[in-house]
Design a protein around this ligand. Sequence first.
Ligand code: ACM
Length: 566
Amino acid sequence: MSDTAATAGAGERTAGSAGPVGAAGLIPAPVSVTAVPDGGAFTPDSATALAAGPGTETTERWLRGTVGGALGLPLPPGPAGAPNTVTLVVDAELAPEAYRLTVTAGTGVEIRGGSGAGVFWGAQTLRQLLGPGAFRAAPGAGSAIPAIPAQTVEDEPRFGWRGLMLDVSRHFTAKSDVLRMLDLIAAHKLNVFHFHLTDDQGWRIEIKRHPRLTEVGAWRPRTKWGHRASELWDEKPYGGYYTQDDIREIVAYAAERHIRVVPEIDLPGHSQAAIAAYPELGNTDVVDTAKLEPWGDWGVSPNVLAPTENVLRFYEGVLEEVLDLFPAEVSPFVHMGGDECPKDQWKASPAAQARIAELGVGDEDGLQSWFIRHFDTWLAERGRRLIGWDEILEGGLAPGAAVSSWRGYGGGIEAARAGHDVVMCPEQQVYLDHRQHGGPDEPMPIGFVRTLEDVYRFEPVPPSLEPEAAARVLGTQANVWTEVMQDRSRIDYQVFPRLAAFAEVAWSPLGAPADRDWAGFEGRMGAHYPRLEALGVDYRRPAGPLPWQKRPGIKGRPIEGAPPNV
Ligand code: ACM
């Protein structure tokens, strides 16, 4: 393989994605790579030892199991800094997620990180330097170990929140595939997994005190095939859920990879599956909720929670179990949804209208705000923070709440200016369910055309934001809604390769969108595609879908004409 350092001039320092960094194919691009003049190279072999200092145990296990397993390197324990050794050190002089990776001929590799996380991200860079064979599960053809030229990589992320949201309600992602997605996230140095666990179409997390949530709420009788404009239905019952043991396993697996998990329990809208399980949660004076089933169609269901004390108590019970399953160290934030709550049932319901008067909240927006404020306080009392979609601004934002800005930048700008933390995930740019090409062959095409380059040029911090407000932007996340993604292969196709561009936006200092080195990124993708192939990712090829990735005749709903950076 070619390498950054091999093409950099002697002692030359290269920054961002430009120039010689391109030759290494490192993605996301590190802050800088410094070549060592006539420094030679280091090639790990079966005698290479692993010296793991205190606080680097997760990386030690991962390097030995994942990278060692791929390349057939046993990586036995050895003393730090000895010849032919990979040395891992926590160095508190560095920022927590920063790392310095030094390759020295003869001695080997040293990864110093500001914390266990920084060391882990450094190890991800080492894996990339070890070629595509390091992305396989076992050694074989193509896993020859390359010589790594002497060099120093200095690196740290631009944002502390680098996320992916996966909707497991519309289509269920099996536990094994969730674990695989966590590995893929880690390989791109992303550190937040937003787990969209509940919605109209299915409740996916076992709650022991309310067993019907999964006995009834996890299963729907049939499913729309394609966008809701499609006439096609899959008439098979469909469903699935994670047991509490599954959830614990997922959370532990994420923590081992320095990924925080944000569980989402969506309310007061997107709640039809919960109401189907427990009809008393709905607005029983205006709809016969006993007749509801988890929804098989897409869109926004009118069936929303009733604004009662019983509903609050029910969800407090749900959250008590959620907090137990998602400990504070891994999940400081709990997402309470708050998006797309149609107010029609509350307008029609005498009980809801009486509640508006009794609570003195003014109108239906006030009721929505009342729900979110209740759980904001409830979570804060338990040492957690609420985050919600930007509709939670309507009717007044709860005091400590953070906002996922999805309907554009506007909600995020308003919240940041009011002193709230914000995660930028505007649907116009980083909804990866949206099609990635305007051609006729995209499978079930929906939404705007957002190409790999469009994602590469996405800027999470609007330039109009004052520095103080800009500092409230915790970071960014890409969202994956799965209405038209029935299985892992369809998810892979929508997510990759765009997640590689997104990861670089979240991690690397790229500068203003117009100035970004798109050609350099595209060049480095030449080294990244073989990694994705080695990992078995069904990514979209630059030339378009392979024959089996097309879905001819299944209706999507393309949206024409929206500019990429609206
Ligand atoms: C959303 O896309 N409804 C958050």
